[in-house]
Ligand binder design. Structure first.
Ligand SMILES: Cc1cc2nc3c(=O)[nH]c(=O)nc-3n(C[C@H](O)[C@H](O)[C@H](O)COP(=O)(O)O)c2cc1C
Length: 141
């Protein structure tokens, strides 16, 4: 049974809804799923999983959230992550997904194997929630 860890930051709930739908899809595919706020997540939650998903809004000038999510991600500069299967998801207000392009590139530099990303404008649509569920399934294939 595959183990997926989903770690996210959310202020208003848009990213949280995506996290919950990614979890739903992965559970339907038979995986064990751990969902955590980044403030409660540990390095072991990432290193011990078969696949991971990280979620953040675009904040602080079109970047992922900088006080908790960015420092957590930066821990993996020094920790070997050996191409772990990874999905990134998030929500933006006006940057058209620019924050996600930067995030994907950084995660690849840290040797995460980013196989998929999902960005939505503010609250996800019904179709985007279905896409989140599909992402959960893909990550645990
Ligand atoms: C303090 C603050 C800063 C934000 N900065 C940006 C930004 O730099 N670029 C952008 O596209 N959206 C920005 N947004 C919009 C959020 O990314 C958007 O509302 C998102 O859906 C929030 O996700 P959440 O509901 O999970 O907190 C900002 C929102 C807030 C409250």
């Amino acid at each position: 049974m595959k183990k997926l860890t989903i770690i996210y930051w959310s202020n208003n709930g848009n990213v949280e809804v995506l996290a919950n739908h990614i979890a739903k899809g992965a559970k339907e595919a038979g995986a064990t799923v751990l969902v955590k706020l980044v403030s409660e997540a540990t390095v072991e939650d990432v290193t011990g999983a078969d696949a991971v998903a990280f979620g953040s809004p675009s904040m602080d000038n079109n970047r992922i959230e900088q006080k908790e999510m960015q420092p957590f991600i930066d821990k993996f500069k020094l920790i070997p992550i050996s191409n772990k299967v990874t999905g990134l998801f998030g929500s933006y207000g006006w940057d058209d997904g620019e924050f996600m392009n930067k995030w994907v590139s950084q995660m690849k530099d840290y040797e995460f194997n980013v196989i998929q990303n999902l960005t939505v404008n503010e609250a996800p649509s019904k179709q985007q929630l279905v896409e989140a569920e599909e992402m959960g399934k893909n990550l645990v294939k």
